[in-house]
Write a protein that binds this ligand. Structure first.
Ligand code: SAM
Length: 290
């Protein structure tokens, strides 16, 4: 790629950064002048979540028209009991095939995005099969919410425990960049996956400058970070080693991830992973662990 084309590409994320700063300021105005509750500004975590939800509600749809790599096809193959981490306002739901899915649980901590999520679940044809949970993907938030919903533990639909693995599929789309403890979160998700279960991944990550990436793009990631990207973008980090966290989470039978746009400031890894340990039925009918 010519250098003259490359520079605008590196600058493109700055538009999103400016938009997030605008929504942060507008959220503060809403709190002070409309709600007249300035003390709410002191809760910085809530303020940042709320302003990101505002940004996403206004732009999430437009930012979801084209998704990287084979994501649409990977999501359309999801089946059985599915866990979707951070579904936002459900912009990805139209990519799933509801006929293949028994039930889908969406772990979304931003309460302001839930009305859109429920609306999009209905629009995509999930009906009563969609369960929106008000929680994050980190185990300390997710496990109690799953238990409360009945899908986990003795009183649930499956009766499994977090350590046995209960989900056939877990989807992480543009979310692991923003979870507060990515390593622990990914480990927790690995446990929740049934042996042989599939994880669909579409995440932006640290630029792979040592291999397929570019040093300049890696430097630009650092600059955006210093300009406040994680602060204004609801905790989203540009420099995450998500592939390493996924690889170290446990034993995988298949680990198929490929970079999309590795030379960009926001390169993605997209693909599917299959958890090891599925029961294999031998010719004689005996079952063994792979
Ligand atoms: C960039 S949006 C992506 C939404 C959706 N996955 C998509 O691709 O259309 C990131 C989402 O992750 C959610 N999120 C933030 N922190 C989270 C956490 N700790 N656990 C789960 N989701 C989280 C945000 O509220 C937001 O809805």
């Amino acid at each position: 790629m010519a250098f003259a084309d490359y520079i605008p590409m590196l600058l493109r994320p700055s538009i999103l950064l400016f938009m997030s700063i605008k929504h942060f300021i507008l959220t503060m105005f809403e709190i002070v002048f409309q709600e007249r509750q300035p003390s709410k500004l002191l809760n910085l975590t809530d303020l940042r979540f709320r302003s990101f939800a505002r940004l996403w509600a206004a732009n999430g749809e437009a930012m979801s028209v084209e998704m990287p790599g084979p994501l649409n096809s990977l999501l359309s193959q999801c089946s059985g009991l599915v866990l979707d981490i951070g579904p936002g306002s459900g912009e990805m739901l139209s990519r799933f095939n509801p006929k293949r899915i028994k039930a889908i649980y969406g772990a979304e901590p931003a309460v302001d995005l839930h009305p859109g999520l429920v609306r999009n679940a209905t629009k995509a044809g999930f009906g009563g099969k969609y369960h929106a949970l008000l929680c994050g993907g980190e185990p300390e938030s997710l496990i109690p919410a799953l238990a409360k919903s009945g899908v986990l533990g003795g009183n649930g639909a499956t009766g499994g425990t977090a350590d046995d693995g209960i989900f056939d599929e877990i989807c992480c789309v543009r979310v692991l960049c923003g979870v507060p403890t990515p390593r622990e979160t990914v480990k927790g998700l690995y446990k929740l996956l049934k042996p042989g279960g599939r994880m669909v991944v579409c995440e932006h990550v640290v630029n792979p400058w040592r291999t397929e990436g570019r040093v300049l793009a890696r430097v630009v990631q650092l600059v955006y970070t210093l300009l406040g990207w994680p602060f204004f973008m609801g905790g989203c980090e540009l420099q995450r080693h998500t592939e390493v966290f996924l690889r170290e989470a446990g034993e995988w039978e298949e680990f198929k991830l490929a970079y999309v746009d590795p030379q960009h400031a926001v390169p993605f890894i997209v693909g599917e992973l299959k958890k090891a340990g599925a029961l294999k039925v031998s010719e004689g009918g005996a079952r063994s662990l792979r």
